[in-house]
Design a protein around this ligand. Structure first.
Ligand SMILES: NC(=O)c1ccc[n+]([C@@H]2O[C@H](COP(=O)([O-])OP(=O)(O)OC[C@H]3O[C@@H](n4cnc5c(N)ncnc54)[C@H](OP(=O)(O)O)[C@@H]3O)[C@@H](O)[C@H]2O)c1
Length: 243
């Protein structure tokens, strides 16, 4: 990478979050590319709105970029990395994956930085770890930690795990015919749960398909540390069931 000045960064791929990150680094003056081959009209629209330049193919992206940042669904992170076994820049995997999956990706790409994104596209924080983390931190205004993937797993274990739990409780109460009674009791003693349920339902509808893999990664993280993994296996099942 030519110093930590202006560099060319590739986004894999400009989803809601990838486009936001691309837009942020572009505002800092860096050139930001994406590759349209195989991507959907939605991704193309987001890339256009974020002002990202289309390199066309992954091979061209690899040839032109100093840094690649992978921001895709958890279940796709390893496959996305496999196209960059010979990439000579820094590959940042910023996906919600377990430390074990992060190590797998580190074994695929030559220069790997582990990343974790927390927040929303409008208010995000990026955590990085690894040998080249300092070099990348300047580009993304990120925070260096000892294990970015583990931090992301621990954080999302609560935010998305509890979303799944309240969906399961809703379904249990309905199945037992006490849905209305539970709502009446919540009104008296837990009124904040109405907002929580509405937010979980909204997220599950729009992002549940992507959270299945993320819950499995979190469950694997618990299991690897000798902790019960059932909470998040069940959370994955709840998101799998959402229409
Ligand atoms: N959105 C958030 O608020 C948020 C917050 C924190 C962290 N994140 C992290 O950001 C990452 C992506 O989230 P997002 O909200 O940007 O998702 P998204 O809007 O659904 O975008 C996902 C992107 O990945 C591409 N993609 C989907 N399936 C793929 C596959 N099998 N192989 C390769 N690319 C694939 C999509 O391209 P096509 O549609 O063209 O296939 C799209 O460009 C996740 O790891 C998540 O943990 C997001």
């Amino acid at each position: 990478m030519p110093g930590a000045f202006l560099v060319t960064i590739g986004v894999l791929h400009p989803g809601e979050m990838g486009a936001a990150i691309g837009s942020a680094v572009r505002s800092a003056g860096h050139t930001v590319l994406w590759a349209s081959t195989g991507r959907s009209a939605d991704t193309e629209r987001r890339a256009g709105e974020a002002g990202l330049e289309d390199a066309g193919t992954l091979a061209e992206l690899s040839r032109r970029c100093d840094v690649l940042i992978s921001v895709c669904p958890s279940h796709a992170a390893v496959d996305v990395a496999r196209d960059f076994t010979a990439f000579d820049g820094i590959y940042v995997d910023a996906n919600a994956v377990s430390p074990a999956t992060a190590r797998t990706i580190a074994g695929i790409v030559p220069r790997y930085v582990d990343g974790g994104i927390i927040g929303t596209p409008g208010a995000l924080r990026i955590y990085l770890s690894g040998a080249d983390a300092n070099t990348v931190a300047g580009l993304f205004d990120a925070t260096i930690v000892s294990n970015a993937s583990a931090l992301k797993m621990a954080y999302a274990a609560w935010t998305k795990g509890t979303a799944a739990l309240i969906l399961a409780i809703r379904d249990l109460a309905e199945a037992e015919g006490v849905g209305d009674a539970l709502r009446d009791e919540w009104l008296l003693s837990q009124p904040q749960l109405f907002d929580r349920l509405a937010s979980a339902e909204r997220s599950a509808r729009t992002k549940g398909w992507r959270w299945v893999g993320e819950m499995e990664e979190i469950a694997d993280t618990f299991a690897a540390d000798g902790l019960p993994d059932g909470f998040h296996r069940a959370a994955a099942e709840m998101f799998r069931r959402e229409p």
